[in-house]
Design a protein around this ligand. Structure first.
Ligand code: MSP
Length: 666
């Protein structure tokens, strides 16, 4: 009998910075489902990859003096290293820079054009640079900012291709409201009310303002806009419109696309519309989860972000507690649809209670007692008790429950169900008191029965935990004397699979207990150090040279109110740039000679990543003229030139050239 295909995908990640624990969630979740489905005997295709085009990547590469491809190659290598470290068993890794993907995207774009769904027009509207998205006024947030990232948008106009969305509005509304495509379904109404009911806007699907993208084959002034390029990965990776792969017929439509809430809209509306336009079947499920967040200083929950220094490094956690432990923790904490606050306290306590005291203790106690009372090999004599039946039923009933939760992509609930049986087994030890049975020669058969039942409970729970914790569970099987055939899927709803006279092998402690206070202190110190380093980076001598990505820039809060007298203390003057040169050994600082109308001066400014010296010479700028001199990289700076922090980087404020140097600005 041929195996049933099962296709699961993560989003493709932007290689615009190193991955953190937040990025691990979807990938570990999909990996666990993929492993579970393989265990059930499915023919699994688990796809992940990287989304490598776009303005942000182009800018980041430029800032580092690399070509975009060189830049992404470096980060993709780190992603792949992390996935290997986290034991991610992906079957295929797609890079949107792969030739076959580029070829397919060009063909898909042309196909949509030929079918009349893509047309050329002009876009003028509010544009969010970090999100590379145009928004209508009605979509902006209450502050008139980007509804996705809440940063300021700017008016922009450009020739562009558009994808007609309206022909698909009714079908998408039905898909969201009347099928179980979207999980959790509760988000469907919000999507329909916000995006479909007001009238589905046509989607801008090309750009002329940057080059790092897939060129439109029939109009190479344009590159394909991120979402047609990115979303297509789910089919191009299977060989849709290319000959690099040939699995499309077998695996499409996908069983599960898993994404976080910030990209739900693209997967819930735009992706089905694209597929409808191509007349392809729709995926079965879109599972949407929340963010792993961190607690901010005021107790509020905030996004894990490199610029805040609050990112949790998965390699560091793995080194301290083991990869399986980290996999378990993130999956156990996140419910589908909701955010999950990352906290060192919760993590350590969870490891201790569930893994060290719960599962680890169950295994070590059972194996130790079999070893102590029977020299490791159970005798065949048995003596049952009414109590055993309820216990056995609990164990054999677990499989159906976990199957159901896996099919519903509810991994937290699946783990909870398994750990309920682990707790039940620990309680069974308390109820049966094997240490008392061990002292009584006439109770040996009863003792063997109790230990055998415990070993069976461990066999079933460990087999069901293996997709989540793939490294540790084979060690458990070694300890309880289970052969590979004993932990096959088909035997997980059966009791009595281990041989009657099974032999156990005492082994290493699976999950060592953690010293809570000591670890929390150390972890908090690491976090604090990272946060301080991030803060220091911002307010360092090279303050103007923020290196964080546009996507991570924050809208600065307004400083406390000042009086006009306070303001009068600041002398702002017009000044002309006479010459400019890079400061040696700094890729961020420029040294400017200015005509300030007062005899001239030298100012150092952190704008080298955004301006070449020749861009500035002859320009009139605003100078903060009465700042105390400082030395930056050993070069004296007498004042500061004014510049705006924008989502796409630093922009110097230029004045009209006919304003005389030295003019006071108020
Ligand atoms: N490239 C797009 C996806 C295109 S899919 C066709 C993208 N990339 S991303 O790298 O920015 O994000 C990838 C996924 O990681 C998103 O689902 C995002 O929400 C998720 N996460 C990033 N940080 C996260 C947390 N802190 N917590 C949970 N998920 C997080 O979006």
């Amino acid at each position: 009998m041929s195996k049933k295909p099962f296709y699961i995908t993560t989003p493709i990640y932007y290689p615009s910075g190193e991955p953190h624990i937040g990025h691990c969630y979807t990938t570990v979740a999909c990996d666990s489902i993929a492993r579970y489905k393989r265990m059930q005997g499915n023919d699994v295709m688990f796809l992940t990859g990287t989304d490598e085009h776009g303005l942000k990547i182009e800018q980041k590469a430029e800032a580092q003096g690399l070509s975009p491809k060189e830049y992404v190659d470096g980060i993709v290598a780190i992603f792949k290293k992390l996935w290997k470290y986290m034991n991610i068993s992906y079957d295929r890794y797609i890079r949107t820079t792969d030739d076959y993907h580029v070829e397919s995207v060009q063909k898909i774009f042309k196909e949509l054009y030929d079918r009349g769904y893509i047309y050329k027009g002009e876009y003028s509207g509010k544009y969010c640079t970090p999100c590379e998205s145009f928004w209508t006024d009605s979509q902006l947030d209450e502050n008139g900012c980007c509804p996705e990232c809440h940063r300021p948008v700017k008016f922009a106009k450009e020739e562009a291709y558009f994808f007609k969305m309206s022909p698909f509005a009714d079908r998408i509304e039905k898909l969201l409201l009347e099928t179980d495509y979207l999980r959790p379904k509760t988000r469907a109404v919000e999507l329909v009310n916000n995006f479909i009911k007001p009238g589905l806007e046509d989607l801008c699907v090309s750009r002329t303002t940057f080059k790092w993208g897939v060129p439109v084959s029939f109009d190479d002034k344009h590159v394909v806009y991120v979402w047609i390029d990115a979303l297509s990965n789910y089919i191009t990776a299977l060989g849709y419109m290319n000959s690099a792969h040939s699995d499309f017929e077998k695996y499409w439509p996908a069983d599960v696309h898993m994404v976080a809430k910030d990209i739900m809209r693209f997967h819930a509306i735009i992706w089905p519309a694209m597929l409808m336009a191509l007349e392809l079947p729709l995926p079965h499920h879109l599972a949407v989860h929340g963010w792993i967040t961190m607690q901010g200083k005021g107790g509020e929950s905030e996004k894990m972000s490199k610029s805040l220094g609050n990112v949790v490094d998965p390699f560091m956690l793995g080194e301290r507690y083991g990869v399986d432990t980290i996999r378990y923790h993130i999956l156990r904490e996140m419910a589908l649809g909701a955010d999950s606050a990352f906290s060192n306290e919760i993590m350590i306590n969870r490891i201790n209670s569930d893994l060290a005291n719960g599962f680890g203790n169950l295994v070590s106690r059972t194996v130790a007692m079999a070893d102590k009372y029977f020299g490791g090999t159970l005798p065949a004599d048995r003596e049952g008790d009414a109590l055993d039946e309820e216990f056995k039923a609990k164990v054999t009933g677990l499989l159906a429950e976990v199957d159901k939760y896996i099919d519903e992509t509810k991994l937290k609930q699946a783990l909870e169900a398994i750990f309920e049986v682990v707790s039940r087994a620990n309680k069974y030890i308390d109820e049966t008191e094997p240490w008392k049975l061990g002292k009584d020669e006439t109770k040996k058969a009863r003792l063997a029965t109790v230990l055998y039942n415990l070993l069976e409970a461990i066999r079933v729970t460990s087999a069901l935990l293996a997709p989540f914790m793939p490294t540790t569970m084979p060690k458990v099987w070694e300890q309880i004397g289970a052969a590979a055939t004993d932990v096959e899927y088909g035997k997980l709803d059966k009791f009595g699979v281990l041989p009657e006279n099974v032999t156990v092998h005492k082994g290493e402690i699976l999950f060592p207990r953690i010293d809570v206070d000591k670890e929390i202190e150390e972890l908090n110190a690491i976090l604090l150090k990272n946060m301080e380093a991030a803060k220091a980076k911002l307010s360092s001598e090279e303050k103007g040279e923020k290196t964080e990505t546009a996507e991570e820039a924050e809208i600065p809060e307004l400083a406390p109110e000042i009086t006009i007298d306070d303001f009068a203390k600041v002398e702002i003057r017009a000044a002309k740039v006479l010459s400019a040169e890079r400061v040696k050994k700094s890729d961020k600082l420029l040294c400017l000679q200015l005509d300030d109308g007062m005899g001239g001066r030298q100012v150092v400014s952190g704008i080298a990543q955004y301006y070449a010296p020749e861009d500035l010479v002859g320009k009139t700028i605003q100078l903060i003229a009465n700042l105390k001199p400082v030395k930056l990289r050993g070069v004296e700076s007498n004042g500061m030139i004014c510049a705006a922090d924008t989502p796409s980087g630093i922009r110097v404020v230029f004045l009209d050239d006919d304003i005389p140097a030295g003019s006071k600005i108020r």
